[in-house]
Unconditional design. Structure first.
Length: 125
C-alpha cells in the first residue's frame, strides 16, 4: 500500500481565482465597449433623417468614447461614456426621445457577458 499525502493548495487556488476574477472583469469591460458601439450604431434617427438607413452616428465620437474602469481591490467594473450628451441621448430630454443604447448594452446581452466571464474564470483550471 502507498502512503497518502495531503497537500494544501488552497493558497494557490485562491491566488489563481483572484487573478481570474480580474481577467474576467477586464474581458467583460472590453466586450461591453464593443457591444455599446454596436448599440449606438443601431439606434434610430429622428427628425428630418427619420427612417434613414445611416443610423444615429454622425461623427462617431460618442461611439468611440465608451470606456470601462476596473477596480481590482473592490472587484468592480464601471462602464460608461464621459461625454455629457451621452446621458441625454440614452435617456432623452423633453425635446428628444430616448435612444436607450446604454441600457440595451448593459442589460440586453447577459448571455454573452456570462460566456465572457465563464471563459476567463475557468482559465488555468
Amino acid at each position: 500500500m502507498g502512503l497518502l499525502e495531503i497537500a494544501d493548495n488552497s493558497a494557490r487556488v485562491r491566488a489563481m481565482m483572484e487573478s481570474n476574477i480580474g481577467r474576467a472583469l477586464a474581458d467583460w469591460g472590453r466586450d461591453w465597449e464593443l457591444v455599446a458601439a454596436i448599440e449606438i450604431e443601431t439606434q434610430p434617427r429622428f427628425g428630418s433623417l427619420a427612417g434613414s438607413s445611416i443610423g444615429a452616428v454622425d461623427t462617431g465620437l460618442m461611439r468611440d468614447s465608451n470606456s470601462h474602469r476596473l477596480d481590482q481591490d473592490r472587484r468592480e467594473l464601471v462602464v460608461g461614456n464621459p461625454l455629457n450628451y451621452a446621458l441625454y441621448t440614452t435617456f432623452g430630454t423633453w425635446k428628444m426621445a430616448a435612444r436607450p443604447w446604454m441600457q440595451n448594452s448593459v442589460l440586453g446581452h447577459s448571455e454573452r457577458y456570462r460566456a465572457v466571464v465563464a471563459r476567463a474564470l475557468s482559465d488555468g483550471f
